[in-house]
Design a protein around this ligand. Structure first.
Ligand code: SF4
Ligand code: ZN
Length: 356
């Protein structure tokens, strides 16, 4: 039966015997009756089929540095076309993008996957990031854009909360090159329940194991450290131990400074010393590439060679300020291989400046 509902029928869905449709795009696994929508607000049941209402509706579409995602070990200094839709499967009280993520309306510019890839290419981007809201909720649209992007030599990145499923990871494996998975408050249960609206962080850990074991996607981890309520060091230890044991000691991990926003305006920004304590835990655990984020000018923004401890890649905010690697991305001082995929793009004059 034809439908006049916006969007396109979704693939990640299972029809249930009770007449509902179960969405398998994220770990909420909403079981949705006819005429209703899931928690994210963009997937609902129409004529007994799950429909992605925001397929082809783009809320954001502009170019960012890849380091802003943050991604530091994949295609450094690339320009990234960032794309979002409305909706989200999380309800973060601190969301900086709440204006689009917490909108439960179908809005945005109409664009086909081909037009998205053309727009990215036309703006000189080397990659597309599906970001600002959780991309798993619009994964069928992201996949179709990603396939078009690959045809044009453009790579694909998810900036994801990791609250995904084996089904969505399988789809990611078809088109995704890189993912940065955002923990918040190190995944501490009390924090994620109260400030995000999920029971626990277990699905995020499962998603990472699934990505690692079944795909070749490059993975980076971020952790937003929120003062007083999301800065627990034991939770950070648990997260770092997991990353070390399950993903490997070379996995980059970024501890991000919180800034007050949305419903958490009464909180202060994260003290620098708190971030430094988290960084120290990562290093004690054996993680070789730990970073602080949202603290421009801090020495722990740099990439250090784990062998000789010299600055391998100098950074300031989202800019690269020095590149002390040879053509094979080995440390120029000691020859240690630094696991960065791709070499720095020197063409980007506006944001890339060598100081050495
Ligand atoms: S993507 Fe949306 S509809 Fe699907 S399970 Fe998650 S919140 Fe529910
Ligand atoms: Zn070195």
């Amino acid at each position: 039966m034809q439908t006049s509902a916006p969007g396109k029928d979704a693939d990640l869905a299972i029809s249930l015997p009770n007449g509902r449709v179960k969405c398998t795009a994220c770990a909420r696994y909403c079981e949705i009756p006819e005429g209703k929508i899931g928690l994210c607000g963009v997937r609902g049941v129409v004529n007994n089929k799950l429909r992605l209402f925001v397929y082809g509706r783009v809320m954001a579409g502009h170019v960012d540095p890849i380091e802003k995602k943050p991604v530091t070990h994949y295609m450094p200094a690339s320009d990234i076309y960032s794309l979002a839709t409305t909706g989200c499967n999380w309800l973060c009280a601190y969301c900086q993008n709440y204006d689009i993520s917490q909108r439960r309306k179908v809005e945005g510019v109409e664009m086909t996957p081909q037009q998205v890839a053309e727009a990215a290419a036309g703006q000189g981007a080397q990659g597309i990031a599906y970001t600002y809201n959780e991309p798993s909720i619009f994964i069928e649209f992201a996949r179709d854009c990603g396939v078009e992007a690959h045809k044009r030599g453009i790579f694909n990145i998810f900036v994801s909360n990791g609250y995904d499923t084996p089904e969505s990871v399988k789809t990611m494996g078809e088109f995704l090159d890189c993912i940065t998975v955002d923990f918040k408050g190190s995944g501490k249960q009390e924090f994620v329940r109260r400030y995000i609206g999920i029971p626990n962080a277990d699905p995020i850990y499962q998603t990472l194991q699934e990505i690692k074991s079944k795909t070749k996607i490059h993975v980076e981890i971020t952790d937003l450290i929120v003062p007083q309520v999301g800065d627990d060091l034991d939770s950070a230890r648990k997260l770092c131990k997991f990353v070390y044991e399950e993903l490997g000691p070379e996995t980059p991990i970024h501890f991000l400074r919180f800034h007050p926003d949305y419903k958490m305006m009464e909180f202060d920004s994260t003290p620098i010393q708190t971030l430094e304590k988290h960084h120290a835990i990562a290093k004690e655990t054996g993680l070789q590439y730990a970073y602080l984020g949202n603290v421009p000018g801090h020495p722990l923004e740099h990439t250090y060679c784990p062998e000789c401890n010299k600055v391998a890649v100098g950074r300031y905010g989202f800019s690269i300020t020095s590149w002390n690697l040879d053509a094979q991305n080995r440390c120029k001082d000691c020859g240690h291989p630094i696991p960065i995929i791709g070499t720095v793009r020197k063409a980007r004059k506006t944001r890339f400046q060598f100081i050495s």
